[in-house]
Design a protein around this ligand. Structure first.
Ligand code: SF4
Length: 482
């Protein structure tokens, strides 16, 4: 969006107004592929029956079915994979504008990165190019073992993406003026047998430390107050740059940006939650007391077949360590149910673990059998009906846990980011506390503005939690905006 905007395109979210339609796709599980294909077909109708003259398909579906898309949906004029973002301009038939100057050495030198790291040395020498970042030895090893192969996907033959954006890449923020995501790394070297994300996104590679800091500073200067760091595995950040405890170092640096009120990261890998990372979360007021750690399962037998390892006992110890280091921290996780060979005993282990772990937020995915994943060839597939029943049971169990946990919030005074009128009724506003990540967790509804006549979206208020429901809470504004 940023590149198209910079090249002079006027963007609209209404397909009936557009001359060029771009569908950004996802393809890591069945439901995502289906949604992507449905959207492409819907947009194709706008091209054949409406005013649009061009249809571009971008994103992960292209990495997986590059030739198939063009062959089977002739309305598609161009495809743009995740590693070739800059070709969106050519696909749209637009001229590439002159790029802004590279960041000055002054910015790089004053960013605080350890000068003895590869990133630091290369940044100082001005030789490091984000697009040619190196890889971790684990990534090279897994590549030799065939981890990233796409042979199972007809029509996917294309180079594995190596692209990384940087702070000078034009960006349009679509998440409002207060909140923004920053992707700090791309790709993944883990061997999880159910997952094709590495085949789609390539080997793990980190953005330069300086680049992330510069982007965060630019965003905050433009009024962003909440930054969420993302990547397929954020806790690996910096390993390919020679940084030790790279994520902790990065958080520590970003937390010092003046006017940045909330900083968080998503997608921690369980065995990479270091003491230093927890200390860093605890140390800074503006790092949200929030940890998202997708565990995928709790039965050691299932986790072994998933090639993730560990199990309920080890996870409970990790959670104890996290809660001791950062009191009051909100924990989010997600699980996959119905992995091949998952027995009733495995489900019982998972349910017991969920009862004991008491997560604040929990998501459950149904296992999706993906061609190209190692699990695809495993026997003992679980019937769809059983998968859905297991999912429903786990969600029901969590509902009770969540309800109890939210009751404990009643009477507390918390800072709430007001996001706007509720979609359900204009009498309520929706907001979030630091314990809610954008878009994925429950909500804090505001039904009483206190002494204020109105609230302003994107501003922070102090509020008292007055009611709790299964996942959401209700709040009364006490003071603000802050
Ligand atoms: S760590 Fe996440 S992205 Fe990487 S292979 Fe495992 S599930 Fe997939």
């Amino acid at each position: 969006m940023g590149m198209l905007d910079r090249a002079g395109a006027r963007l609209t979210s209404r397909p009936e107004e557009a001359e060029i339609l771009v569908v950004n796709t996802c393809s890591f599980i069945d439901t995502a592929k289906q949604e992507s294909v449905d959207t492409i077909l819907e947009m194709a109708r706008h091209k054949t029956e409406g005013r649009a003259s061009k249809l571009i398909v971008a994103g992960c579906l292209v990495e997986r079915y590059r030739d198939e898309i063009r062959k089977n949906i002739p309305e598609v004029d161009a495809v743009v994979g995740t590693g070739e973002l800059e070709s969106i301009l050519e696909a749209a038939g637009m001229e590439r504008p002159a790029l802004p100057a590279a960041p000055s050495p002054f910015n790089i030198l004053n960013s605080g990165a350890p000068a003895d790291t590869r990133a630091g040395r290369e940044a100082l020498a001005g030789t490091h190019k984000a697009e040619t970042a190196g890889f971790r030895p684990e990534g090279d090893l897994r590549e030799a073992q065939g981890r990233f192969r796409r042979d199972a996907w007809q029509g996917a033959a294309h180079l594995l993406p190596t692209y990384l954006y940087d702070e000078s890449t034009p960006r349009l923020i679509s998440t409002g003026r207060t909140s923004a995501y920053i992707k700090i790394a791309e790709g993944c070297d883990h061997p999880c047998t159910f997952c094709v994300i590495p085949n789609l996104r390539g080997k793990f590679r980190s953005r330069r430390f300086e680049s992330v800091v510069a982007e965060a500073e630019q965003l905050v200067a433009r009024g962003v107050r909440e930054i969420t760091l993302i990547g397929q595995d954020t806790t690996c950040y910096g390993e390919d740059l020679g940084l030790k405890d790279g994520l902790a170092t990065l958080l520590d640096r970003l937390a010092r940006i003046e006017n940045l009120r909330w900083l968080r990261f998503l997608y921690a890998y369980p065995n990479r939650i270091t003491g230093r990372l927890l200390e860093t979360i605890a140390k800074h007021d503006n790092i949200c007391k929030y940890l998202d750690v997708p565990l995928q399962h709790a039965s050691p037998a299932v986790l072994k077949r998933m090639k993730r390892g560990a199990g309920a006992d080890i996870f409970l110890k990790t959670l104890d360590k996290v809660r001791a280091a950062v009191p009051g921290i909100a924990l989010r996780t997600s699980f996959i149910v119905g992995f091949p060979g998952e027995s009733q005993e495995d489900v019982a282990v998972l349910e017991d673990f969920v009862r004991e772990a008491k997560f604040d937020w929990l998501g459950v995915f149904s296992y999706s059998d993906e061609e190209g994943s190692n699990a695809y060839s495993l026997d003992a597939k679980v019937p769809k009906r059983s998968i859905e029943a297991r999912k429903r049971r786990l969600m029901k169990l969590q509902q009770g846990i969540s309800k109890q946990a939210k009751q404990q919030w009643v009477g507390r005074e918390l800072v709430i980011l007001a996001e706007g009128e509720s979609e359900e009724t204009p009498l309520l506003w929706e907001g979030r506390t630091e314990f809610h990540a954008p878009e994925i967790d429950g909500k804090a509804y505001i039904n009483d503005f206190g002494d204020l006549e109105s609230l302003e979206a994107g501003r922070f208020y102090r509020a008292e939690i007055t009611e709790a429901h299964d996942y959401d809470v209700v709040a009364r504004v006490v003071s603000g905006p802050l």
